[in-house]
Design a protein around this ligand. Structure first.
Ligand SMILES: [Zn+2]
Length: 443
């Protein structure tokens, strides 16, 4: 008998790799933060002596979600300016609030609160884009998440940096500082084609090459952005990025709502990823991303919630359900964006885009034990004919009863009491409220 840290015995395991597999009555064996075995539960009991045993009847265990695009600190500006036109929303609500609040402390505390929401929603890795990226990583790590954070580059001054040179210099320092880390990954983060100059883009391409860092950018988000690119640069945004050296396997093209067939083909050929954020695209009336076409072309697809200001929930399960249904409606084809495709996108798709596919994204031996358990025993999910389909289409984030990162339990939910506990952050509900109110009172 080998002694291990944790033996998880759910009713089903959805490992995500191989795609479309559902294992029944299997155990996931965890030791020193890693998945060391996945095998029939009965065999596991005779082979392993576990320090902790977690039996989860009527639950599915699967990899934790990878939220491939968010602005975590924007949890603190949630709820501002609903229903305003996009530019009014930004100029009268969001930018003035950010202008008043922006600081290292604001980003860390906002990201921490977002981290609590994320871990309670089954997210174990978040890819963030914001100012003060190190503060974002601290806040997300404190909640128990693995964090990818952007070395942001944007063509206007902020409390973080005054110009392109300073954004790039600070970004490079972060790329050096966190090289090789398993808990903080620095991405190169040119904000969007309409806020970054050709010169700054070229420097971003050099940094991404030099540090093998993903490029995290909003692109093809609105029809106006594409029209402006053609007017100002003579080409569509993806072609401009290609000319400037950014269209490659490290590119994460967030939104990609207005990608045309040429953009999709070019991204497929380059091995780039797209990140789909359907709630944000719908709420901001940006349009419908051609997700089925991206998948058909072989482009790696991940799912992101975007920030709480434009969603307003960091709910990856709900986001993935919406993505699946929207993809079918947009393509006019029920057989596209299958359950297996969508569960893959929400986990491995994000891991691949971040270059973390060897570390996370699936329940495979040797990977970090970043796992969740989803309870399907409630009235909203019974009877269970197809656990994978019902997890995607019938379960809510409230059905997520465990979130582990590196084999450590970071959040759990008591299904009878309906209460969430955060085991790493160790924070009480009244402290959460006080933290949110502290910033609300400053807007
Ligand atoms: Zn965004």
């Amino acid at each position: 008998m080998r002694t291990v840290d944790l033996l998880i015995e759910p009713r089903w395991v959805i490992p995500v790799v191989p795609k479309g597999t559902v294992l029944t009555d299997h155990a996931v064996v965890v030791d020193a933060g890693r998945i060391v075995d996945v095998l029939p539960a009965e065999e596991a009991r005779s082979k392993y002596e576990a320090r902790k045993h977690d039996v989860l009847e009527q639950s599915v265990v699967m990899p934790g979600f990878v939220n491939l695009h968010t602005h975590a600190a924007m949890n603190l500006v949630r709820g501002l300016g609903a229903d305003l036109p996009l530019m009014d929303w930004l100029t009268t609500k969001i930018w003035p609030a950010e202008g008043k609040l922006m600081s290292d402390e604001f980003v860390e505390e906002g990201s921490f609160l977002a981290g609590l929401e994320l871990t309670a929603s089954g997210v174990t890795t978040a890819n963030d884009s914001y100012f003060f990226p190190e503060a974002a990583a601290r806040g997300l790590n404190r909640a128990g998440l693995r964090a990818a954070v952007s070395a942001i580059v944007i063509g206007f001054p902020s409390a973080w940096a005054k110009n392109d040179a300073e954004y790039l210099e600070k970004g490079e320092a972060l790329l050096k500082r966190y090289a090789g880390s398993d808990t903080v990954k620095i991405t190169v983060g040119p904000h969007a084609p309409y806020t970054v100059s050709d010169e700054a883009f070229k420097r971003c391409a050099e940094l991404s090459n030099a540090y093998d860092a993903p490029i995290h950018i909003h692109v093809n988000e609105t029809a106006g952005e594409v029209a402006d690119s053609i007017r100002l640069h003579g080409v569509r945004p993806i072609e401009r990025l290609r000319r400037l050296g950014l269209l490659n396997e490290r590119l994460i093209a967030v939104h990609s709502v207005h990608a045309d067939a040429g953009d999709i083909a070019a991204m497929a050929e380059a091995g780039a990823s797209m990140c789909h954020c359907p709630c944000s695209n719908l709420k901001l009336a940006s349009g419908f991303a051609p997700v089925a076409a991206f998948m058909k072309a072989g482009v790696n697809v991940g799912i992101g919630t975007d920030g709480a200001a434009s969603n307003d929930k960091l709910d990856m399960l709900g986001e993935t359900r919406l993505a699946a249904m929207l993809a079918k409606a947009v393509a006019g084809d029920t057989t596209t964006a299958t359950v297996a495709d969508m569960l893959y996108a929400a986990t491995m798709g994000g891991a691949k885009a971040l270059g973390w596919e060897k570390l996370i994204g699936s329940v495979e031996i040797g990977k970090a034990a970043d796992l969740i358990a989803v309870d399907l025993s409630g009235v909203g999910t019974l009877p269970i004919q197809d656990p994978a389909a019902q997890l995607l289409y019938a379960a809510d984030r409230e059905n997520i009863v465990r979130t582990w990162a590196n084999g450590e339990l970071i959040a759990s939910r008591d299904k009878t009491m309906g209460k969430t506990a955060w085991h790493k952050a160790e924070i009480r509900p009244e402290e959460i409220q006080a933290l949110a109110e502290k910033w609300q009172n400053r807007i």
